[in-house]
Design a protein around this ligand. Structure first.
Ligand SMILES: C[S@@+](CC[C@H](N)C(=O)[O-])C[C@H]1O[C@@H](n2cnc3c(N)ncnc32)[C@H](O)[C@@H]1O
Length: 360
C-alpha cells in the first residue's frame, strides 16, 4: 500500500477534479498557480513521487502530460495508515453530462463499479471517418469492465469491414478478447437486422443487412432483466391450431388439443429496426448513428429504473436521449467536439416532456 503526504494528496485530488471537470489534465503551470507554489519544479517533484507510487503516469513532451491511473491500482490510507480507501471512491461520477474527450482517459477517471449499463457502438476498422480518431478496443473493454457494476451489461453494436472478399473479424476477435482476457461473459449476441438501408447492388458479394450486438455481462448474472416490452407480433397470432401432443419432461404425453396462438410473442435474438426515416436531420449530421429505438430496448431490458447508462462513443447522442427519456441517469463521451454539440442539441430538443413517451 502506498502512502502520500497531505501535499501529494492535495495535488492528486486537484488533478482528479480538474480532469473530471475539463476532460483533460491540468498543466504543471496550472497546478503551480492553484497551490500558489513558487516554481514548477516543486510541482514536478510532487508528480514524480505520484508517478513512482503508481498514481499517475506522464507522457513525454506533452503540455498536459498527466494520466491518472485506474482506480483499482490506487489505494491510499485516508483515515489511518491501516485503513485503505480507494482514492476515487470519493470522486463523483460526471452524471448527466456529455464529456468531450478520449473514452479511455475519461473512463479511467471514473470510479470502479459505478455504472449499470453501457450501450454503445465504437468506431471499428477505420470504416468511417470520425474526424480521423482511432481506437484500441481492447483497452476500451478493460475500462468498460472496470466501471460496470457487478451484474452490469454492455451492449455493443459492431460489424466487420469486408476487404478483398474477406471479413476483418474485428467483431469476433473483440468478443473473444473481452471474454477470455478481460473476464466478461457473453450473455447473448443479438443480430440487429436492418431494414431500409440503401439498396446497393453488389455483384460479387452479399448486401450486408445486419450488425452484431454482443451483450457482455460482468459477473455471475444480470442485476436486472425485464423483457416484457420486447414482445413482437406472432405470425399466426389469434388463430386456433391443433398441434401435435406435447411430451413433458417426465415423459407423460398430453393429448392433442386446439391452442389459440397469442397475438404477441417473446422476441428472440434477431431484433429488427427500420433505419429509413429514423431520427432527425440533426441526428444524421453524424455519419454512423444507430436506430433511436435500439437503446430504448436495451436500457429497459438491463438497466434498473434508477440506474446509470454510459455511452463512451456517444456520437449524435442516441443512447443518452433514450436514457434520459427513460428516467435513467446518463454519461456520454465523444472525442469529436462537433458530435458533442449535436448530442447536446438533441438532448435539448428530444428530451422535452412531449417526447418522453414516444419510443416506450
Ligand atoms: C459509431 S459512432 C457512434 C454513433 C452513436 N451510436 C449514434 O447513434 O449517434 C462512434 C463515435 O465514436 C467517436 N470516437 C472515436 N474515437 C473515440 C475515442 N477515442 N474516444 C471517444 N469517442 C471516440 C467518434 O467521434 C464517433 O462519434
Amino acid at each position: 500500500m502506498q502512502t502520500l503526504t497531505p501535499k501529494q494528496q492535495g495535488v492528486l485530488q486537484f488533478v482528479e477534479k480538474y480532469s473530471i471537470k475539463n476532460a483533460f489534465a491540468p498543466s504543471l503551470e496550472e497546478i503551480k498557480k492553484h497551490f500558489k507554489l513558487r516554481s514548477v519544479a516543486t510541482v514536478h517533484q510532487h508528480l514524480t513521487t505520484l508517478e513512482d507510487k503508481g498514481f499517475v503516469k506522464r507522457e513525454k513532451n506533452q503540455q498536459r502530460s498527466i494520466i491518472l491511473q485506474p482506480i483499482h491500482q490506487i489505494m491510499q490510507p485516508i483515515i489511518s495508515p491501516f485503513v485503505a480507501v480507494p482514492v476515487f471512491a470519493r470522486k463523483k461520477l460526471p452524471l448527466n453530462q456529455i464529456i468531450c474527450g478520449d473514452a479511455i482517459e475519461i473512463m479511467r477517471a471514473m470510479p470502479t463499479a459505478s455504472v449499470d449499463m453501457v450501450v454503445t457502438s465504437p468506431p471499428y476498422d477505420s470504416i468511417r471517418d470520425y474526424k480521423g480518431f482511432s481506437l484500441n478496443l481492447s483497452a476500451i473493454g478493460e475500462e468498460i469492465h472496470r466501471v460496470l457494476k457487478e451484474g452490469g451489461v454492455a451492449a455493443m453494436v459492431i460489424q466487420d469491414q469486408t476487404k478483398n472478399f474477406g471479413k476483418s473479424l474485428t467483431s469476433f476477435r473483440t468478443i473473444i478478447d473481452w471474454c477470455d482476457r478481460i473476464g466478461f461473459k457473453l450473455f447473448e449476441t443479438v443480430i440487429y437486422r436492418k431494414y431500409g438501408a440503401e439498396g446497393a447492388w453488389w455483384s460479387k458479394r452479399f448486401r450486408v443487412d445486419h450488425e452484431y450486438i454482443p451483450v457482455f455481462l460482468k459477473g455471475e448474472r444480470p442485476q436486472y432483466f425485464e423483457k416484457t416490452h420486447l414482445k413482437i407480433p406472432s405470425k399466426h397470432g389469434g388463430k386456433t391450431m391443433t398441434g401435435g401432443g406435447t411430451r413433458l419432461t417426465n415423459g407423460i404425453r398430453i393429448a392433442t388439443r386446439p391452442i389459440t396462438i397469442n397475438p404477441m410473442k417473446c422476441r428472440g435474438t434477431i431484433w429488427e429496426y427500420l433505419t429509413a426515416g429514423d431520427g432527425s436531420r440533426l441526428k444524421h449530421e453524424h455519419p454512423a448513428t444507430f436506430p433511436n429505438q435500439l437503446p430504448y430496448d436495451f436500457i429497459q431490458c438491463f438497466c434498473p429504473k434508477d440506474g446509470i447508462v454510459l455511452d463512451p462513443f456517444v456520437g449524435s447522442g442516441t443512447t443518452i436521449v433514450a436514457a434520459k427519456n427513460l428516467g435513467r441517469s446518463y454519461i456520454g463521451i465523444d472525442i469529436a467536439p462537433e458530435y458533442c454539440t449535436i448530442a447536446k442539441k438533441r438532448m435539448e430538443i428530444e428530451c422535452s416532456p412531449s417526447q418522453q413517451t414516444r419510443m416506450l
